[in-house]
Design a protein around this ligand. Structure first.
Ligand SMILES: *Cc1c(COP(=O)(O)O)cnc(C)c1O
Length: 395
């Protein structure tokens, strides 16, 4: 049995690419100057940030002055939503989002509800899709913001962002998308998509943790997120994370350059894994959409078992994966995403997410498929429900 470790959780985070680390290193040491200062090493840092801004802007079809660096994807989401809510509250207090957003969006919206805003959480279909018609029907005269994620972090479903953007533009409503999972896998152009604000996070595309960016279309009204110095045009105070910003831009540049090849490889690994699980393991259900799906995402529910036990058994075999139940937070509530696509609680508990990335190979899938059917069978043997179903089948 192999003892090497296999990482299948790239939706949680990705390793920093060597070229990215190399680009970042000088900005910790010799080029340590504060970008807000006037002397040479400070100006060098300032220049590095502005170059990074130009790179990010070019890749998403924006202007450099529309890119704002943040401390994470979560911060970008918080800023977009709270910033637009507070800046427009005289116009209205209604926000439209979906029931399958990341907690960075959902919990921000819930907070705003406690502040007197009204939020419509659109339901999704069995694949996790929200329709442009649903969005349009939810719009009211007092709607000030629509926030719909580009691609879902659990089930990988890709939303019809261009169609939603078109509606938002026609109605003159600000449209934000959490594109944290999309960046690096989907080509994004904010003008083609009619997106007004877009969140990204470097550590999801082989950049460093703790740095993100928010695209804010010029003319969009937003309150400042951090109050203090004049950094980021006075809208996000605090001394810039120069190495992180340089790393984000480098990682995005590489991801953009290698996207076709990267996606081709991930789609092959994904589709092979889906086919083999469906072939070799009974009582499974693929969660999410078969085609409108992130290249590296596999998400299955296995009847009669707990996702947590599955994760622990896989971990013993050196395989790192994730499940739909949020036990990290100490709660055993099933995933809100899996419940929203209509899974009953038991099935939502028995889910497994495998997300492929750069370093994965066909051999990783071989190893996975060598152990997974056996693990599932052993766990099922402990389930009285499974016994019952099996004996019924024999009759
Ligand atoms: C990871 C993730 C976030 C949060 O980004 P951080 O940089 O970890 O704060 C937000 N939205 C989605 C969809 C994510 O996958």
């Amino acid at each position: 049995m192999s003892t090497r470790s296999i990482y299948l959780d790239h939706a949680a985070t990705t390793p920093v690419k060597p070229e990215v680390l190399e680009a970042m290193l000088p900005w910790f040491t010799e080029n340590f100057g504060n970008p807000s200062t006037v002397y040479s090493i400070g100006r060098t840092s300032k220049k590095a940030i502005e170059e990074a801004r130009e790179t990010v802007a070019r890749i998403i079809g924006a202007e450099p002055r529309e890119i704002f660096f943040t401390g994470s994807g979560t911060e970008a989401d918080n800023w977009a939503i709270k910033g637009a809510a507070y800046a427009n509250m005289k116009k209205g207090k209604h926000i439209i989002t979906t029931s399958i957003e990341h907690h960075a969006v959902l919990h921000t919206c819930q907070y705003l509800e406690s502040e007197g805003f009204e939020v419509t959480y659109l339901p999704v279909d069995e694949y996790g899709l929200v329709s442009p018609e649903q969005v349009e029907a939810a719009i009211r005269p007092d709607t000030i913001l629509i926030s719909v994620m580009f691609a879902n972090n659990e089930i990988g479903t890709i939303q019809p962002i261009a169609e939603i953007g078109k509606i938002a533009r026609e109605k003159g409503i600000c449209f934000h998308t959490d594109a944290v999972q999309a960046m690096g896998s989907i080509r994004v152009n904010v003008s083609d998509l009619n997106v007004d604000m877009l969140s990204m996070s470097a550590h999801k595309f082989y950049g460093p943790k703790g740095v993100g960016a928010l695209y804010i279309r010029k003319g969009v009204k937003l309150t400042s997120f951090m109050h203090g110095g004049a950094q980021e045009r006075g809208r996000r105070a605090s001394t810039e994370n120069v190495p992180g910003i340089v790393g984000l831009a480098k990682a995005l540049e590489l991801a953009d350059k290698n996207m076709d090849e990267h996606n081709k490889k991930l789609i092959a690994l994904r589709d092979r894994t889906i086919a083999e699980i469906e072939e070799k393991i009974p009582y499974v259900r693929l969660n999410g959409h078969r085609e409108k799906r992130l290249p590296g995402n596999v998400n299955f529910s296995f009847e009669f078992i707990e996702g947590e036990s599955l994760l622990l058994m896989l971990d013993l075999k050196g395989i790192a994966a994730s499940s739909g139940s949020a036990c990290t937070s100490g709660s055993l509530d099933p995933s809100h995403v899996l419940l929203a696509i209509g899974l009953p609680h038991e099935r939502a508990h028995g889910s497994l997410r495998l997300t492929f990335g750069d370093g994965n190979t066909d051999e990783d899938v071989d190893c996975l498929m060598e152990v997974l059917p056996g693990i599932v069978e052993r766990l099922r043997e402990m389930s009285p429900l499974y016994e019952e179903v099996r004996s019924r089948k024999k009759d």
